[in-house]
Write a protein that binds this ligand. Structure first.
Ligand SMILES: Cc1cc2nc3c(=O)[nH]c(=O)nc-3n(C[C@H](O)[C@H](O)[C@H](O)COP(=O)(O)O)c2cc1C
Length: 334
């Protein structure tokens, strides 16, 4: 087990469990672009810039979304241990990669909903395979929108047929732009579809099958180079766009927290989810999508939701690589 000090009055085992929950968060291509510094009084969550994707994510927007998702898990894990987390987001303007500092804010028992979300953390995964044609029921749709709202964001469900057609066109356009860029495909190939054991990236086993050429919603998530047969995907998945109040790093972190709450809520409703990030990664397409959904609110994440079948768990980096403790730093200073 990793050498941890205790933090926030927790035992070493509890700190270990909290970290394990935090890093189960999703991240673009499973880069896991986070690092933690643990001391008696606080847990610092840092962005690990060495894991930012320069082509797909030049501004670090998706890196901050991933860190926000890890922060949501961290909050949940502390609530699960009866601790109210006191969170300062971007507390130091001179250290922009310090995403958040979490302190102990007294005793607080997790609500039944928070318990359900916490229990869903190890079951949640990105599902790039075809879904069934069963509709997402109204109760689940309501819960997903509520989850986004509770984290200060908005989940736009794309139900208008004309809007869906236009969004499909935009998704294809964005995919075309990205796939024509050799730097983008090199980055994608570096991080996804590999067969060797690795603690990061998206293994081939987690990729989807090759979609049919006329497919709208599933485009870059298949495992390339395997010569697999083309597969039909569901005709009408639920498509949802997570938007925030305004541009800026703070709102991107908030988007990550909300994303994780939405994903865990989906898991508790038995729903499968995958991402359509080409729509937010290509700037002109992202702008067109913002206008399409009729608002000033910047879109941060686009999701495909439905009923799927089980998919394997993806790996995570060992704690030794991502957790620093006071004790370690004292030792190095000596
Ligand atoms: C901001 C963000 C963007 C993502 N974009 C995509 C995407 O475009 N395609 C995809 O298949 N997965 C995407 N993912 C999912 C990650 O690949 C996935 O979270 C990671 O591989 C870890 O697997 P898990 O979600 O099953 O834990 C994205 C995740 C995040 C946080």
């Amino acid at each position: 087990m990793i050498q941890t000090t205790t933090a926030l009055g927790l035992t070493e085992d509890e700190v270990h469990d909290v970290m394990e929950t935090a890093v189960r968060a999703p991240s673009l291509h499973n880069t896991q672009p986070w690092a933690f510094r643990i001391s008696d009084a606080e847990i610092e969550l840092h962005a690990d810039r060495t894991r930012q994707l320069p082509v797909a994510d030049p501004s670090g927007r998706e890196l901050r979304i991933a860190c926000g998702a890890a922060l949501f898990n961290l909050r949940l894990a502390l609530l699960g241990l009866g601790i109210k987390p006191l969170v300062s987001i971007l507390p130091d303007p001179d250290r922009p990669d310090l995403i958040a500092v979490v302190r102990r804010g007294g005793a607080r028992r997790a609500t039944p909903e928070q318990r359900r979300l916490l229990e869903a953390v190890p079951r949640r995964r990105t599902n790039r395979r075809p879904f069934s044609d069963a509709e997402v029921p109204a109760t689940a749709r309501y819960a997903l929108r509520r989850a986004a709202l509770d984290e200060g964001t908005w989940l736009h469900l794309v139900t208008d047929p004309a809007q869906r057609i236009e969004l499909g066109d935009l998704a294809r356009r964005a995919h075309g732009v990205q796939i024509a860029d050799p730097a983008f495909t090199a980055e994608l190939d570096h991080w996804t579809g590999h067969g060797e054991p690795r603690p990061d990236g998206v293994p081939a086993t987690a990729g989807g099958p090759l979609p049919q050429p006329n497919s709208t919603w599933v485009m870059r998530d298949f495992t390339r180079g395997t010569g697999r047969q083309q597969t039909a995907f569901e005709a009408e998945p639920l498509i949802a766009i997570l938007t925030v109040h305004s541009d800026g790093q703070r709102e991107e972190i908030r988007a990550g927290e909300a994303l994780q709450r939405v994903l865990l809520t989906a898991t508790t409703h038995g729903l499968a989810v995958s991402f359509l990030s080409q729509l937010v990664e290509v700037p002109e397409v992202r702008e067109a999508m913002r206008r399409l959904v009729g608002g000033l609110r910047p879109p941060q994440v686009v999701l495909r939701l439905g009923h799927g079948w089980p998919v394997p768990l993806t790996p995570r980096r060992p704690f030794e690589d991502l957790v620093r403790t006071d004790a370690q730093e004292d030792q190095e200073d000596r």
